[in-house]
Design a protein around this ligand. Structure first.
Ligand code: CDP
Length: 210
């Protein structure tokens, strides 16, 4: 069984949904690195302070086993999912000192093995020696549709065209940034989930993990 699994891909490809299910079926820990970038963005938005190394150096980010995320001790699981924080996360993710800090935390979390970590740069930068690397994609329309449904379920106001625009902008920003851009690792397996159900994607990943 592969001990360290890296799942990368653009916004709304289904990374977190399928990674969570795979982790629970394998008895592995799921680590949502996007939630960590979101927590940094929320800290900047809430504090009104400038993003600098000082603000990041002693930031308290914790993910618990139930999928909750804590920022400096406060449960921010719901707050980090707003479109404003999504945009903010992609903005803070450009900075080398932010990536360095979060990459250290992420490597530390993966140390004990039996983890599935998802993000943008896991296979390329954070865990280049992962036993299995997946690059999960879907068309921008399908990803926007999924995010629209997700936001509606969570009772956030959602506008399809705006979501699609936001996703396309974030794809561009994430793929074109200088440091650790969104990219498929040369040894990653490409999975296009456009026409696959969640269960079909889960099955494929579990098959590859065995
Ligand atoms: O859930 P969604 O796919 O919309 O995004 P996310 O995984 O929560 O990530 C939010 C943002 O954080 C992304 O748009 C990236 O800019 C950034 N991110 C990153 O740069 N590196 C990672 N390993 C994970 C997220």
């Amino acid at each position: 069984m592969k001990k360290i699994i890296a799942v990368d891909g653009p916004a709304g490809a289904g990374k977190s949904t399928v990674s969570k299910i795979c982790a629970s079926r394998l008895g592995y820990t799921y680590i949502d690195t996007g939630a960590m970038y979101r927590a940094v963005a929320l800290k900047v938005l809430q504090s009104g302070e400038t993003l600098d190394e000082n603000l990041i150096s002693d930031i308290g980010i914790k993910l618990d086993e139930t999928g909750k995320i804590f920022l400096d001790g406060a449960d921010v699981t719901k707050e980090i999912r707003t479109p404003e924080v999504s945009r903010g996360a992609s903005d803070v993710a450009k900075f080398g000192f932010v990536r360095k800090k979060l990459t250290e935390l992420q490597r530390d979390m993966a140390k004990r093995g039996k983890v599935i970590m998802d993000g943008r740069d896991i296979g390329t930068q954070v865990l280049p020696n992962a036993d299995l690397k997946i690059f999960l994609t879907a068309t921008v329309d399908e990803r926007a549709r999924r995010r629209f449904e997700e936001l509606k379920t969570k009772n956030f106001a959602a506008d399809f065209d705006q979501i699609k625009k936001d996703i396309a902008l974030r794809d561009k920003q994430d793929s074109e940034r200088e440091i650790a851009p969104l990219a498929q690792a040369s040894d990653a397996i490409l999975l296009d989930s456009t026409n696959l159900s969640i269960e079909q994607v889960v099955e494929k990943i579990l098959e590859l993990a065995r």
